[in-house]
Design a binder for this molecule. Sequence first.
Ligand code: ADP
Ligand code: MG
Length: 253
Amino acid sequence: MNMIHAIGIQKKFNHLEVVKGISLTVAQGEVVAIIGPSGSGKSTFLRCLNRLETIDRGFIEIAGDVLAASDEPDGKVRYAAEADARRICRRMGMVFQQFNLFPHLTVLENLIEAPLTVKGVRREDIVPQAEELLGKVGLADKRDVYPSRLSGGQKQRVAIARALAMNPDIMLFDEPTSALDPELTGEVLKAMRRLAQEHMTMIVVTHEMAFAREVANRVIFMDNGEIVEQGPPAALFGAPAQPRTQTFLQRML
Ligand code: ADP
Ligand code: MG
């Protein structure tokens, strides 16, 4: 089954066309890495998928449910009814470059906040699940600590566990290690690698080429609001066909 089916996504900010008709289909359990220069529209495209940005044109289906569809020929976009759109978007967890933890809540409270308030899950049901998730990201002992006491790598692992506590079918990562000191990226990538091994459907915008090469099933190179080239990591990194991909990869090495 396709977990994400996006066709012809367009997004403008004022008159600046940032996403220029991108189509992307992601199968269940697939790990897709998106690479590309700064300003190429990677974050905006990701944010369009879960309605953090509204699209100007295109079609988005998440796990079989239509989130947005534009009528032709005028292209006016219709979103699913609000309650449906929220339910659809809750199937996607997102992790940002900046961790955005709630500073006044402990680690455990950060994890259970949204399940309690948004999903109405019972506390006695979510606490054991949250504890298990903390164990998975190697932070069981930080359960009752406040975020200010954590390193960047630990904060980001809490952010991953917090997203997972909502039981998403899809995880979107937007440069999750870019704000971290180099020695802290490994522990975050390890948590993501583990998630991939458990067959979570994932889209990961990243500059970590080694991670993309090793963990992704498919790598997409974006430039200037478009997908320039995509393929299995060995092909895209080993023998990029497009000059723009070649230039970008040479600069990354
Ligand atoms: P990337 O993630 O690949 O670095 P972005 O999607 O963040 O690229 O940005 C693509 C372009 O869109 C950039 O030129 C950026 O300045 C612009 N942009 C992003 N968000 C906004 C916004 N909210 N308002 C106006 N311009 C934006
Ligand atoms: Mg970005």
